[in-house]
Design a protein around this ligand. Structure first.
Ligand code: PMP
Length: 360
């Protein structure tokens, strides 16, 4: 068996200890005589798995009691499509702060239901920064303000939880949820596909303040009505049981590894290692404003794009996988989520140094 160093943006690398536990319990989960994949979601075994995962997530992320935690399907795309139906609450406008393509996609979906006000955008800077907070033109009557806390493609991240005053803040945290401590009480709703920092694809986490739900638009399907999902403990229909179980193991892994403070310190050190190297020479380049650089996704270009294919081929030969940049921006991208050890980042830097030394 060989495990590569996996820099994929998602689905992404998972902690080895978690995969080993999944393997050990695969055929017979804790004496039940069956795999979690084969269990009824209504049975006491799966109910205990589900409840433990929620309790651990609440503990790890410090989620206050007046927030619902939902384990849903449909991906982040499903959520940004249904959030307007749930959160407009009779209002007609929503604010968006755009820092990349995912925010743009979310705004496009929201525009089916509401008037979208782009309160700020860094499109003119090719999404290489977060617009200065002082420049945001927020509408006090907006139903909510939507941000993408980490733009996975452009590698742009909000360094701190933004403040939007009385208007609820909605954040797509798909690619940086649980990557460092964050203040849930600053948000009205947080959503994230699991497949980057949490677990397998197929599960989507929603954390929502309870006073914001219960007023979904009449045509909202039941399984995407957050109130109905909260009332049924995310089991209005069959949930993504196996992904929920694996995610629960990841929450325990975070707890055992210093919680979000520990994870955040390690992620900061990993990102610093890579950015410091990129900034120390001129063969590789990252275009993002230093204060707004993502600690999770590090895009970079080579001085000569004709060397891209050779760079990727050599990386693959050195067991460094998933480095090709998103097709919309080209170049390279190293995704260094929670489960990526610093040794993996060091291996990448060593490879980059050697490649530059021989090709520059
Ligand atoms: N938002 C962000 C920030 C993402 O990175 C992604 C996936 N790369 C999505 C939304 C879409 O997620 P999904 O595929 O779960 O719909």
């Amino acid at each position: 068996m060989k495990r590569v160093v996996n820099f994929s943006a998602g689905p992404a690398t998972l902690p080895l200890e978690v995969l080993q536990q999944v393997q050990a319990e695969l055929l017979d989960w804790q004496g039940s005589g069956m795999s979690v994949m084969e269990m009824s979601h209504r049975g006491k075994e799966f109910m205990s798995i589900a409840a433990a995962a929620e309790a651990d997530l609440r503990e790890v992320a410090g989620i206050p009691a007046n927030y619902k935690v939902l384990f849903l399907q449909g991906g982040a795309t499903g959520q940004f499509s249904f959030i307007p139906m749930n959160l407009l609450r009779g209002k007609t406008g929503v604010d968006f702060v755009l820092t990349g393509d995912w925010g743009k996609k979310a705004a496009k979906e929201a525009a089916r239901h509401a008037t979208v006000n782009v309160a700020a955008t860094s499109a003119d800077a090719k999404f290489t920064q977060v617009p200065d907070r002082a420049s945001w033109k927020l509408d006090p009557n907006a139903a909510y303000v939507h941000v993408t806390s980490n733009e996975t493609i452009h590698g742009v991240e909000f360094a701190a939880d933004p403040d939007t005053g009385a208007v609820p803040l909605v954040a797509d945290m798909s690619s940086n949820i649980l990557s460092r401590p964050f203040d849930v009480s600053k948000y009205g709703l947080i959503y994230a596909g699991a497949q980057k920092n949490i677990g397998p694809a197929g599960l989507t986490i929603v954390v929502v303040r309870d006073d914001l739900i219960g007023q979904a638009a009449p045509l909202t399907p039941g399984i995407f009505d957050y109130q109905q999902m909260a009332d049924s403990e995310s089991m209005l229909n069959t949930p993504p049981c196996f992904a929920w179980y694996v995610s629960g193991l990841v929450f325990k892994w975070i707890k055992a590894n210093g919680g979000l403070a520990g994870v955040g310190e390690r992620n900061a050190a990993k990102a610093k290692l890579l950015y410091d190297y990129i900034d120390s020479q001129d063969f590789y380049r990252n275009p993002v404003a230093k204060a707004d650089r993502s600690r999770m996704n590090v895009p970079f270009t080579l001085a000569n794009a004709e060397l891209d294919a050779e760079f990727l081929k050599g990386a693959k030969a050195a067991d460094l996988d998933g480095l090709k940049g998103h097709r919309s921006v080209g170049g390279m991208r190293a995704s260094i989520y929670n489960a990526m050890p610093i040794e993996g980042v060091q291996q990448l830097v060593d490879y980059m140094k050697e490649f530059a030394r021989t090709r520059a």
